[in-house]
Ligand binder design. Sequence first.
Ligand code: SF4
Length: 101
Amino acid sequence: MLDVTDTAPSHPPAPSELAANWRDDAACRGLDTELFFPGQGESIMEAKQICSSCPVRVECADYALDSGQRFGIWGGTTERDRRRERGRRRAACANDLESVA
Ligand code: SF4
C-alpha cells in the first residue's frame, strides 16, 4: 500500500510558500521594474500587456489587494482599479454586517 502522508503537500500552502511560488512563474520576472511603476504621464500599456498573459495574474492581483499595494501595476490592475475594488469589498462587508445585525 502506498503511503502518501510523507509526500503530500500541505493545503492550503503557507503564505510564505505561496508568495514564493507564484513569483517564480511571473511573466515580469527579470524585466525592468520601472515598467510596472510608471511616472506621471507615462504609459501603463506595456505593463498591462505583459500582465494580460501572465500565468499568475490572479495571485498577483490578490496579493496587491491583500497587502495594500498602493503604487504600480499588479496583476494588470492600476492603483485606481485597486482603490475601487477595496471600496467594493468594504461596501460588501458593510452590507453583510447589516444583514446579520
Ligand atoms: S501579473 Fe503582471 S505584475 Fe503580476 S507577476 Fe504577472 S507580469 Fe508581474
